[in-house]
Design a protein around this ligand. Sequence first.
Ligand SMILES: [Zn+2]
Length: 184
Amino acid sequence: MDYKISGEIHLIGAPILRTVGIPIVDFSPELGIFFGQMDRIMRADQGIGIAAQQVGLAVRCCIVDVSECAAEGKDFCILNGNPVAPQAIMPLYICNPKIVAAEHLCTLREGCLSIPHFRYEIERPETITVFFSDPKGNAQKITCNGVLARCMQHEFDHLDGKLFIDWLSPSGEKKFKRFLKNRE
Ligand SMILES: [Zn+2]
């Protein structure tokens, strides 16, 4: 697997953002290097998450880092059976995620590095359980809520070629149309 990228963020309109990612099967050191590159690109844009599609590769891996915005005490997280503070396990490097349980709905404002300057409230499950692999191919299981669960669901959408604007309410769609018009 060739994990080489140009280093730029792909913006809305780029076909790669609508491309379903293929599962990661090559857990070589090159994958670790790729994660490091994605991490730098995410931080340079002050992102709290990034997916491979956004840097030009349609593969199933992403990063979340909500250490600046997880609500201390309110958000919970159980990693491989152990309760942990979400901040303690950031950044989280995720390969081949699969949501196996999701419950309750909540509304939170989302934004995306690929859609700069547009944010809107989106309704999604509040608590999720996810199976995934770390960059070395080790199986992991996480259950969490809050900003971490939200950020993960947003990034997992990218791996399926979806964007948060696909889930806009009618009023959100109106606002997004205006946003696109002003952007021209
Ligand atoms: Zn995004």
